[in-house]
Design a protein around this ligand. Structure first.
Ligand SMILES: C[S@@+](CC[C@H](N)C(=O)[O-])C[C@H]1O[C@@H](n2cnc3c(N)ncnc32)[C@H](O)[C@@H]1O
Length: 348
């Protein structure tokens, strides 16, 4: 994305009521490093629980692809949406290597962060097995322009790290729509989701140090793009979780009145006012599977960590989507679109 475009998204978010910030921009600047630091702490179960699940069960996914490769002889195209530190992709690739599939596999990581992409290229080059990599620098929104899944390949989209939870229900709806349009019948989508659990456990994962520094990075990104001089110390990270809806928000609450100007436009941050920086949706496995079916993806394999904190669901793109009138449960999710969320104006 052009830096100018990002500045526009940020500007637009600050003009909104309530003020909001495009969550994917949190990974700019020091963001990826801050994310990796907060994801490495023991309290942040989404990272290690998903690694545990893949360590024990990635072979199930690899065996399914191996069977399909044996049947069709089609090469495998792995598209990863949002890269991490490479640990999870390594486990998946290792399982593919064990099935003898690597020489027929291409790995296409997609990320809007150029630094995250160069980091993953460096990591992959250090693996003991060779992997053919074709990185794509784009946002999920722009994905459609870059990826039209090849019909002569077995396509697997890998979307891990509960990144789907960062999207609002309407963003999720449009993302799933894009995935359905871009993939071919029979293609695979592996989604990592965070499950509902005790609010205390969730709160601890998102509030323990050094979580606040990651969310406060929004202030540095705003300053960088809009030429402002806001102080991170004037904001406090607040986490809200609604156990019933599974909706969680990270917001930065302003600790004093601040007036600043960008391009002749005055922004006023009132004392106590919130800047919404990220949502983190928590699912139940049942509601997630219903949602996937509604969007035209049939659940095939679900893998979990020992404590069932998270789940990775492998789904397969159907030929047809469920007619809207039959999608009773999924309609609850669609209803949220009408209710809206502070993030709906922010791009993804
Ligand atoms: C939560 S991390 C997850 C990383 C990895 N998948 C994992 O499981 O550890 C999200 C990654 O996705 C990228 N990302 C988030 N939102 C994005 C968007 N809308 N478009 C492109 N990349 C995005 C970020 O830059 C970051 O590298």
């Amino acid at each position: 994305m052009a830096p100018d475009q990002m500045s526009r998204y940020i500007f637009q978010g600050l003009m909104n009521t309530p003020k909001c910030f495009p969550a994917f921009a949190l990974f700019e600047g020091q963001g990826s490093a801050l994310y990796n630091a907060k994801a490495s702490i023991e309290a942040y179960y989404p990272r290690w629980a998903e690694v545990d699940a893949l360590q024990s069960h990635a072979d199930q996914v690899a065996r399914l692809l191996a069977a399909e490769y044996a049947q069709t002889g089609r090469n495998i195209n792995i598209i990863e949406l949002g890269v991490g530190d490479g640990q999870k992709m390594y486990l998946l690739m290792q399982a593919l290597a064990d099935e003898g599939l690597l020489e027929h596999t291409t790995y296409r990581p997609i990320d809007h962060s150029a630094s995250a992409l160069s980091e993953i290229l460096r990591t992959v080059s250090g693996w003991e097995f060779p992997v053919s990599v074709a990185p794509v620098n784009a946002t999920f929104c722009e994905m459609g322009q870059h990826i039209k899944a090849a019909e002569h390949e077995i396509n697997l989209v890998v979307w891990l790290g509960s990144t789907i939870g960062y999207l609002t229900s309407s963003q999720r709806y449009s993302m799933m729509d894009t995935l359905y349009e871009q993939l071919n019948p029979g293609d695979y989508l592996l989604v990592g989701l965070d499950l509902k659990k005790s609010p205390e456990r969730i709160r601890e994962a998102y509030c323990s140090e050094p979580n606040p520094a990651f969310f406060l990075n929004a202030i540095h990104v705003i300053n960088h793009h809009l030429g402002l001089q806001l102080q991170a110390g004037d904001f406090r990270h607040v986490f809200d979780y609604n156990d019933e809806s599974g909706e969680a928000f990270s917001r930065l609450q302003c600790q004093r009145d601040i007036l600043c100007e960008c391009g002749g436009y005055q922004f006023h941050f009132a004392k106590g006012e919130s800047l919404y920086v990220c949502s983190h949706h928590k699912f139940t496995l049942d509601s997630f599977c219903t949602l996937m079916q509604f969007h035209g993806f049939e659940p095939r394999i679900t893998i979990q960590d020992n404590d069932c904190l998270i789940a990775d669901c492998l789904t397969q793109r159907s030929r047809k989507r469920v007619p809207l009138r039959d999608a009773t449960n999924a309609l609850k999710d669609i209803a949220n679109i009408v209710m809206g969320s502070p993030f709906d104006i922010a791009s993804f």
